[in-house]
Design a protein around this ligand. Structure first.
Ligand code: ZN
Length: 195
């Protein structure tokens, strides 16, 4: 049993990145077998913004609710609530599997919500699950749990905002994600694909 209060910042980052990566892998495996391809209306709306191959291999599943990871209990037992509550999110993405949260989104999700999650699908593809988790957790912990300081999220919200305002021919969100994620000088850019 780990008491998160006794970890320094670097230990907390490693602990969370490792546990998050395992959680993402197991959630992906658990849900992928029950998930469906993106519906035709979604494919039509997002075509051009993302590559056909990326859209085709993505799976989506509507679930009654989204549960927080088991390792959150260690924070609760140490008297702290973990400051990222997935149960109130509209959707969450594990690799190439998007879960839509029935508690927040009773009907079909908007194109905008799926667009945002597709940004994460591409990020996972470039980085792999372990590196994605590391780049998510590191700025989150270092900013004292400011969700908006996570570059993987600010890119997703930026592009999602543009998508919502967009009319006319699609812009290639996928190309921008792939080039921005490995651009040198950006925080936590790393040196490209691990493994
Ligand atoms: Zn997001």
């Amino acid at each position: 049993m780990t008491d998160p209060k006794r970890l320094n910042m670097q230990q907390l980052v490693s602990y969370l990145a490792e546990n998050s990566a395992h959680w993402i892998e197991s959630q992906r495996a658990q849900h992928r077998v029950h998930a469906d391809p993106l519906p035709d209306t979604t494919l039509a709306a997002l075509s051009g913004f993302f590559e056909k191959g990326t859209l085709d291999r993505t799976r989506i599943r509507h679930v009654a609710s989204i549960e927080n990871p088991h390792f959150y209990r260690e924070f609760e037992e140490a008297g702290e609530a973990f400051p990222l509550d997935f149960t109130v999110w509209a959707a969450i993405t594990f690799g190439d599997v998007i879960l839509v949260n029935g508690e927040q989104v009773p009907g079909p999700p908007s194109h905008s919500v799926v667009f945002h999650e597709m940004v994460h699908v591409v990020q996972y593809d470039v980085l792999g699950i372990h590196e994605f988790a590391r780049r998510y957790v590191t700025p989150f912990v270092q900013s004292r749990f400011n969700y908006m300081s996570i570059p993987l999220e600010s890119v997703a919200f930026d592009l999602q905002g543009r998508f919502e305002e967009w009319s006319g021919d699609p812009f290639s969100a996928e190309e921008e994600i792939r080039s921005r994620i490995s651009a040198p000088g950006l925080p936590y850019a790393g040196s490209g694909r691990p493994e």
